[in-house]
Write a protein that binds this ligand. Structure first.
Ligand SMILES: NC(=O)c1ccc[n+]([C@@H]2O[C@H](COP(=O)([O-])OP(=O)(O)OC[C@H]3O[C@@H](n4cnc5c(N)ncnc54)[C@H](OP(=O)(O)O)[C@@H]3O)[C@@H](O)[C@H]2O)c1
Length: 270
């Protein structure tokens, strides 16, 4: 790594430490972890630009925070034209992202009663992978030109194991994480950072049975997951696992064959 790159990386990290405010672009701030992350960052004095398809919950978040630091656009990230439109709006508003968090995602069962549902699988791939990579394609050139910035991919512990109900979800999360590992190598000397956060179960709409209910101890809240992503933004590490203990046990059990592991955790599934 050259001296120039080292100093650029340091500048990028300093911006994440909370001493300097950052401009953070977040996908999926209308609910769950993305909404909680937007709140955590705005409260700490960072400027946030978020996107999602549902306008009403983003308006409610803005009304609750009452801060000019939060701005948002309605956009479906599966449509690259919509991402380009948002990029133009941000540029016209003088918002150049120092960090991008690719948080938006969805889970859809794509195998039901022995029938494979390709449309459900496509929706998951288009949101979790190709939509996220469209955001990357649109916003990366600006960051490259500035020579500093960071990207955070929100992956899942599900990336390490197959799921009997959704073939696309774990595969899309594994593909996103592997894409980031490649980008890390490709942009090693550019001053740009590519980080991946692997989350365990979080009580959001993605797990319907924990919606609004008291959740078991291995399931964390959206606020706790958001704090973990905020720590990732402030760190120089490339890979994060949260919650730590659960992730360590989970990864230590990867030698167990899939079908035995599936029987073990069947009662804990969504
Ligand atoms: N909850 C968990 O247990 C868990 C565990 C590991 C990883 N994760 C990951 O954490 C991330 C956040 O999920 P969450 O649990 O917070 O779920 P969530 O509450 O359902 O939030 C998903 C967010 O993504 C947005 N989104 C979905 N499709 C979109 C699209 N096509 N264009 C723009 N925005 C879109 C949604 O907004 P709109 O519907 O308004 O568009 C929403 O704001 C996901 O990537 C998920 O895979 C979650």
């Amino acid at each position: 790594m050259t001296a120039w790159t080292r100093s650029t990386c340091k500048r990028t990290l300093m911006k994440g430490c909370g001493d300097t405010s950052m401009n953070v672009f977040i996908t999926g701030i209308s609910s769950g972890i993305g909404a909680a992350l937007a709140e955590v960052l705005v409260v700490r004095g960072h400027a946030v630009w978020g996107i999602a398809r549902r306008e009403a919950p983003m308006q409610q978040l803005a009304a609750r925070l009452k801060s000019p630091l939060l701005r948002f656009s309605v956009a479906d990230m599966r449509n690259e034209h919509e991402i380009r439109r948002v990029a133009v709006t941000m540029r016209d508003d003088g918002f150049a992202p120092d960090a991008v968090v690719l948080n938006a995602g969805c889970y859809e069962p794509d195998v039901k009663e022995g029938v494979y549902l390709p449309d459900a699988a496509a929706q998951v791939w288009q949101t979790n992978l190709t939509g996220s990579l469209s955001v990357l394609a649109v916003l990366l050139p600006g960051m490259c030109a500035r020579g500093a910035g960071q990207w955070v991919a929100v992956s899942s512990l599900a990336a390490f194991r197959p799921d009997p109900c959704s073939s696309a979800y774990p595969a899309s999360k594994a593909a996103l994480a592997m894409t980031f590992r490649s980008l890390r190598l490709q942009f090693e000397d550019s001053g740009l950072l590519f980080k991946t956060v692997y989350l365990g179960p979080v009580a959001t709409d993605v797990i319907p049975r924990y919606r609004g209910a008291k959740h078991p101890p291995h399931v964390v809240s959206a606020e706790q997951a958001a704090q973990a992503i905020a720590r990732a933004l402030a760190s120089s590490r490339a890979e994060f696992y949260f919650p730590r203990l659960l992730s360590s046990v989970y990864r230590a059990m990867l030698w167990i064959p899939d079908r035995f592991f599936d029987r073990l955790v069947r009662g804990m599934r969504r």
